[in-house]
Design a protein around this ligand. Structure first.
Ligand code: GLU
Length: 290
């Protein structure tokens, strides 16, 4: 049975993921402060409504490049050496957090930084510790800001999670979130890539993720600055929904979509949760990229 959108009002624990392409000016690669401010206002407002809020943000590598006045296309980024990307991430993550904290502070909102790797999920003790820290922070009313620890995870290789769509779903599963909102540069899921095929139809609701849907994701392309195309969003949807968390893909162009979604408005593609007791997060994550 189709999940009624109005039920989204009752979601208590919400994870929001924003990608690099939504945070940068496309012309220069510099951070879009207006966009960031809108995002932060939305998140603080959710906190004021009594919700637990977690932000998963990309942009470390992009911000690090800008520190060195480097702005590259996706093709050029791929050609950077791993160690170069890791150095950019180390510089950029600090810059990104400084900007976030500055704006969050205007709303008196305390934030925290959590950097994760694949091992945070695979290692029982690490997972336990991360879970406890998230729980404590949320209990304290803090908004944790999460990214992959690109500096130590070998970005894009087997030992990393590799993209923040997947990371945000992992976080949602670990903290028993009720709703994951993936903000991207697309409106949601289509039957085909709408940029290539004008006949592509928008899908507003997905009751369960079947093989046809997964094949559709594989055929689609990603944006120019993030690592997530539709494929990673569908992987995220599998993790989230199997863990009992509803997920929405929505366009970040209008950042006010966040409160509209939580108000129950028909925005983006909603993937309905169906908790599967045989779904083991660590097993799934161990086999990522294999
Ligand atoms: N963790 C990467 C960064 O912050 C981005 C990964 C992604 O775009 O999904 O730069």
């Amino acid at each position: 049975m189709e999940l009624t959108r109005s039920l989204l009002k009752d979601k208590k624990r919400i994870v929001i993921k924003i990608g690099s392409s939504s945070l940068q000016h496309p012309q220069t690669g510099d951070l879009d402060y207006i966009k960031m401010e809108g995002l932060i206002r939305e998140l603080c407002n959710l906190r004021n409504m009594g919700k637990d809020v977690v932000l998963v943000t990309s942009g470390a590598i992009a911000a690090g490049k800008k520190a060195f006045q480097v702005f590259q296309t996706e093709h050029e980024i791929v050609s950077n050496s791993i160690v170069m990307k890791q150095a950019y991430a180390a510089v950029g993550q600090a810059r990104l957090m400084t900007t976030y904290q500055k704006i969050f502070a205007e709303y008196n909102q305390i934030t925290a930084q959590i950097l994760m790797t694949k091992n945070t999920v695979l290692d029982d003790l690490n997972r336990f510790n991360a879970h406890n820290t998230f729980s404590k922070l949320l209990e304290l009313g803090v908004i944790p800001i999460v990214n992959e620890n690109d500096t130590v995870a070998t970005y894009e290789l087997e030992d990393s999670i590799g993209d923040n769509d997947t990371l945000s779903a992992i976080v949602s599963a670990m903290i028993d979130a009720d709703l994951l909102i993936l903000l991207s540069d697309i409106n949601g899921l289509y039957t085909d890539d709408p940029r290539m095929n004008p006949d592509a139809k928008f899908i507003s609701f997905v009751e369960s993720i079947n093989q046809d849907l997964l094949n559709m994701g594989k055929a689609s392309t990603g944006s120019s600055v993030g690592t997530g195309g539709m494929n990673t969003k569908l992987i995220a949807a599998r993790i989230a929904t199997n863990s009992g968390c509803d997920m929405i893909i929505a366009n970040s162009k209008d950042i006010r979509n966040i409160h509209r979604i939580v108000d129950g408005k028909e925005i983006g593609t909603l993937f309905q949760a169906h908790k599967d007791d045989d779904f083991y997060l660590s097993d799934f994550v161990r086999n990522l990229h294999k």
